[in-house]
Design a protein around this ligand. Structure first.
Ligand SMILES: NC(=O)c1ccc[n+]([C@@H]2O[C@H](COP(=O)([O-])OP(=O)(O)OC[C@H]3O[C@@H](n4cnc5c(N)ncnc54)[C@H](O)[C@@H]3O)[C@@H](O)[C@H]2O)c1
Length: 343
């Protein structure tokens, strides 16, 4: 086990607030923390951006298996009255925050920009304000994204690279979260950690993401649309590896030496670049059917390639992604068939 995670397991902690607990990464993170014996308060609005039943099933899974330690509240992160109430009523007191709730998705931010600002910008301020007024918290970990690297052409992406050229509003709101965390850490000495996730995939994954859509269409014998004529390159990261990084970050708050700001950013990726065409071949292999492919151009707002430099996370969080793409895609396709009772 990762040495930081072991420390967290042994440490006395209060309630850990996990926002976005009905979401893909939030569900897996809550589950991992529950397996360590932690008390989790899950918060999620169950937004209808994608199938709400999948979100409800994730919550039900946690409620059924961890009735003692898991509780769930349906609320919007930007609703400061509701969040303040649940924070004050939490028992034991909230000592850690894992803020994963977001309006995710690059493409949808062209259609519904307000929901990105409401959730990602206002929601983030509300949580930081709660940590400020109802804290102290031992650690505040929040999700950022590889999309903040935007038009950056230098590969691999490192935390030191410029991130002031976002190519979509989604990325701009996430960059905003990083800046807000920096200012709150500076002013109120709240220890914060921002995690830039790189294309996360795995069981219980998101229906708006390529792996889910491709698997579904291939199994149903429907064509799939592939952007940038199949030349997209992505650093796909398996969800268990991401969760290990999230929990290790939670276990290792930035120490406040009174001089530097107790805020740190980490890339969490697999640090391997996959060509989309190869990814599709793996889905075909495990779905047992050939894909019918419509190649189209680049989508506005999307980046053609991503690759993480994870030196910092390796060194400071003991982060070490283990799951290879072949195994990860197989696990996803197996879950998909089982969950949807298909194939
Ligand atoms: N999945 C990825 O590849 C990826 C990559 C980079 C960053 N991220 C970030 O990681 C985090 C988790 O992403 P995910 O893939 O699990 O997405 P997800 O959409 O499955 O989970 C987000 C959850 O937040 C909830 N939510 C949305 N608006 C809310 C609101 N106003 N109040 C409360 N809850 C709200 C949704 O209902 C959902 O369950 C997000 O912050 C996302 O931006 C994800």
């Amino acid at each position: 086990m990762n040495k930081w995670i072991k420390q967290l397991q042994q440490a006395e902690t209060g309630t850990i607030l996990v926002t976005g607990a009905a979401g893909f990464i939030g569900f897996h993170t809550a589950k991992a923390l529950l397996e360590l014996g932690k008390k989790i308060l899950g918060l999620d609005s169950l937004s209808d951006y994608y199938d709400v039943n999948l979100k409800k099933d994730r919550v039900r899974y946690l409620e059924e298996r961890y009735p003692e330690n898991f509780s769930f509240v349906k609320a919007e992160v930007q609703d400061r009255v509701a969040v303040s109430k649940l924070w004050k009523e939490a028992h034991p007191k909230i000592t850690h925050v894992v803020h994963l709730a977001a309006q995710a998705g690059v493409r949808y931010s062209l259609e519904n920009p307000y929901s990105y600002v409401d959730t990602n910008v206002m929601g983030n301020v509300v949580l930081l304000e709660m940590a400020r007024h109802h804290g102290p918290v031992e650690n505040f970990v929040y999700a950022s994204t590889s999309s903040v690297y935007g038009a950056n052409e230098k590969m691999p992406f490192s935390e030191e690279d410029t991130t002031d050229r976002p190519m979509a509003l989604y990325a701009a709101t996430k960059k905003c979260d990083e800046l807000m965390a920096e200012s709150y850490s500076h002013l109120f000495r709240i220890p914060t950690i921002g995690l830039r996730f790189f294309s996360v995939y795995g069981p219980w994954g998101r229906p708006d993401m390529a792996l889910y859509i491709f698997t579904k269409n291939i199994l149903e014998g429907k064509p799939i649309t592939v952007f940038n004529h199949g030349e997209m390159q992505r650093d796909f990261t398996y969800v268990d590896d991401i969760v290990e990084g999230v929990v290790a970050a939670l276990a290792r708050p930035v120490k406040d030496d009174g001089k530097s700001v107790p805020h740190r950013i980490y890339n969490l990726g697999n640090s391997n670049q996959e060509v989309l065409a190869d990814y599709i071949k793996l889905i075909e292999k495990y779905a047992g059917r050939k894909a019918e492919i419509d190649y189209v151009g680049m989508q506005p707002g999307d980046i053609p390639a991503s690759l993480s430099d994870i030196t910092r996370a390796r060194k400071e969080l003991d982060f070490s992604p283990k799951v290879r793409i072949e195994e990860g895609v197989r696990n996803f396709v197996d879950w998909f068939k089982d969950y949807h009772k298909v194939g």
